[in-house]
Design a protein around this ligand. Sequence first.
Ligand code: ZN
Length: 329
Amino acid sequence: MKTYYHFVRIVLLTATLSILLPERSVYSWGFYGHKRINRMAVFTLPPEMIGFYKQHIEFITNHAVDPDSRRNMVEGEAARHYIDIDHYGPHAFDSVPVFWKQAVLKYTEDTLRAYGIIPWQIEKHYYKLLEAFKEENLDLILHYSADLGHYVADAHVPLHTTENYNGQLTNQKGIHGFWESRIPELKAEGYDYFVGRASYIESPIKAAWRVVKDSHSAVDSVLGFEAALNQQVSPDQKYSYETRGSTMVRVYSETYTTRFDHMIEGQVERRMRAAIHMVGSIWYTAWVNAGQPDLAKLGQKQVSDSLNREPVNTGSTPSQNTVGKGHED
Ligand SMILES: [Zn+2]
């Protein structure tokens, strides 16, 4: 009998804890957003590329979240997903050198890594993809295309460009997941994903910086509008509870999400569309600069088993004690 009561107590305690736990963000764009961005980017590609990418569209889609899965396994991975640009002062975009080598000379590599390296990561992965195209290496083309799509998408998220990445400095904790996971989860089915054709990018590093700058210019409105809405709404209207698997989680309510989405006037959709266009454009640019290899020839090859075994995130949330620190919610 004693054991039974002990068991009941544990069950009740677990239930209470899970209700109290706020929903943890799955880092960037959520699984849904990342997968959707990589998938839709395929449709921006020119005729010489689209057949190949469509053939591998499931791989490109499913592996869009691999870099997040690696965050807790690979040293240094976490810093690749963001940049706390405001750490570098009010004129950060003039202060931080565009190119990695100059930036290292000015700030040291340790400092850069401590505050995130996303623009340089995009450039680095762009060159890896370009090399893969030159070598006509099917596995690496797919692997780097999927990864590059992830980093480009992350750079489009305003809260990936600030030290206040989860509203933790302004008493708005949870806003990170709210913007990039909860809003897409409720609204993205209705988004317009027709973004036109991929275009050639003259300078991937400069393009990456432009994206970071655009994202950062939206930070004040994201935080400001949420703070204003929070003033107008009581906590029981702000949150609701939903079952995820066997867990009850606290989420931003549908009403609150819709009101916020109206206030920021479709900003999430705009950033998602911009991300899709840039992902397609950077794949296209790598292919052009590699000398436009014949992808139809590659289409007959099989993806190796080891590549298919690359981490595909199952949806579990990584633990807090991780190798890579930074921007954890
Ligand atoms: Zn990420």
